[in-house]
Design a protein around this ligand. Structure first.
Ligand code: ADP
Ligand code: MG
Length: 449
């Protein structure tokens, strides 16, 4: 039983802090946890003398620690190897439990709700998935998530699994790819000889669950047999109010290869879509990923990457990974655009300039002959502040990105500062010819690049 090892490891750690190393090594090191029977942790000591010593000298220490655990275990017994057969029945049961547990899924702990950045593109999916994790089977059944590749469908499904398991370790959650489901189904009908046995296994695996998550069901195309099996599985689970979560690259209505009855089942719960993330969300994702990878990226580098990988989060992440790898290789820090361009030269076209915040800032800087670091930074020198305001005006005018995004580019300035700068330049350029011409010049410069 896996609990038994876990509990014993925690106890050992606590006990090792309470007694001398010598006694610990002498008496505790060789103990092996066997199982848990009637709320008692069963430990095996190789020698009778160990058993006796622990019982007479350490019983209370161990009991104290057991109580602190607050688990269903409330006592322990030490046995010698000859006594193991007494627990044969319990051990058989442990084995059975282990076998059935193996049917359920383990979830990637990188894919949690915590690590999922929420923006306009995925907010609805996030809220719906959270609700399903809190009350599986009751609110939205099935939950159908659709959207393009690399936008977070699998992440969110794992997050549901992780979240439910956090509150209920015994929840029977099965996540599987559609490929796996198809393969299992094919296995279940392949061997005529032990057809029944295989069939039973398939049904047991997919119908004895509290939550079934099937990823990428567009791969059911052309698999009529599997569709039929899924139809029955679906009905069975649904009838018992078991949660079903499905993902696909398109809306159920567009899964035209599906039998109609399946299509309408899939769309009968809540259908939510995940779309491509806007710049702000991509920036936040990149920053979060960099944080978890312990990498420091200056804001202009974050922008540079986020502006160029705009359709797929997996690729955005891949770009970050590549940058990190490249920088390690050449022994440099990813702290300027030049090194990023080198790292990503195969993935982005560094010769043609895309119209981005960065391009506008670069052009403004060179026009006014100020440094980028200064314009992004806090300096209040008149010349720098002026260039900064013009840049802010131009970004708003030419790109229309949200004020908060502009603010975070300029070292976390709040949006009132941004509004002030934009309005000031806009007003002034109506009467100040020189400024109006400067703006025209910079725009020309940008467009010619
Ligand atoms: P899909 O299943 O839709 O093809 P994935 O769930 O595999 O996409 O996501 C691809 C990568 O992008 C994963 O590493 C995932 O962690 C990451 N990702 C996607 N959306 C987000 C998000 N909102 N926040 C953080 N990471 C995300
Ligand atoms: Mg996926």
């Amino acid at each position: 039983m896996e609990d038994c090892n876990k509990i014993w490891n925690v106890l050992l750690l606590e006990i090792s802090n309470k007694i001398s190393t010598v006694s610990y090594d002498m008496w505790f090191n060789s103990l092996e946890p066997l199982t848990i029977a009637h709320n008692k942790l069963i430990l095996v000591a190789k020698l009778k003398s160990t058993k006796n010593t622990i019982n007479s000298n350490y019983r209370n220490i161990i009991l104290d620690e057991i109580k602190k655990l607050n688990s269903y275990v409330d006592d322990f017994i030490i046995i010698t190897p000859e006594e193991i057969p007494v627990y044969e029945n319990q051990l058989q049961e442990d084995k059975k439990e282990k076998e059935t547990v193996e049917n359920y899924s383990f979830f990637d702990n990188n894919f949690t709700f915590d690590k999922f950045v929420v923006g306009q593109s995925n907010q609805i999916v996030y809220v719906a998935a959270n609700a399903v994790a809190k009350q599986p089977g009751t609110l939205h059944n099935p939950l159908f998530i659709y959207g393009g590749v690399g936008l977070g469908k699998t992440h969110i499904m794992h997050a549901i699994g992780n979240e439910i398991l956090k509150h209920n370790k015994k929840a029977k959650i099965l996540y599987c790819t559609t490929e796996q489901f198809v393969n299992d189904f094919i296995d279940s009908i392949r061997n005529n000889k032990d057809n029944n046995e295989q069939n039973r296994k398939f049904r047991e695996k997919y119908r004895n669950v509290d939550i079934l998550m099937l990823d990428d069901i567009q791969f059911l195309a052309g698999k009529t047999g599997t569709q039929e099996a899924l139809f029955h599985t679906f009905n069975d689970l649904y009838q018992y109010k078991k949660q079903i979560v499905l993902s696909s690259d398109r809306h159920p209505k567009e899964l035209t290869f599906l039998e109609e009855r399946l299509q309408s089942r899939f769309a009968s719960g809540l259908t939510v879509d995940i779309s491509t993330p806007d710049l702000e969300t991509r920036i936040a994702i990149l920053q979060k990923k960099a944080f978890f990878k312990n990498v420091n990226l200056p804001i202009e580098v974050v922008y540079f990457i986020a502006e160029r990988f705009d359709s797929n989060i997996r690729e955005l992440e891949g770009a970050l990974q590549k940058v990190i790898f490249y920088c390690q290789l050449v022994g440099k820090e990813p702290d300027n655009i030049e090194i990023i361009k080198e790292a990503l030269k195969d993935d982005i076209d560094v010769t043609t300039h895309i119209l981005s915040i960065d391009t506008i800032v670069d052009a403004t800087c060179s026009y006014y002959n100020v440094k980028k670091q200064e314009i992004i930074g806090k300096k209040k020198l008149k010349q720098i502040a002026y260039a900064r305001q013009v840049a802010i005006y131009l970004i708003n005018d030419m790109l229309g990105v949200p004020l908060a995004t502009i603010g975070s580019y300029f070292g976390g300035r709040d949006h009132t500062t941004i509004i002030y700068a934009r309005d000031k330049i806009e007003e002034q350029s109506k009467t100040d010819n020189m400024l109006a011409n400067q703006i025209k010049d910079i725009k020309n410069m940008i467009q010619k690049r």
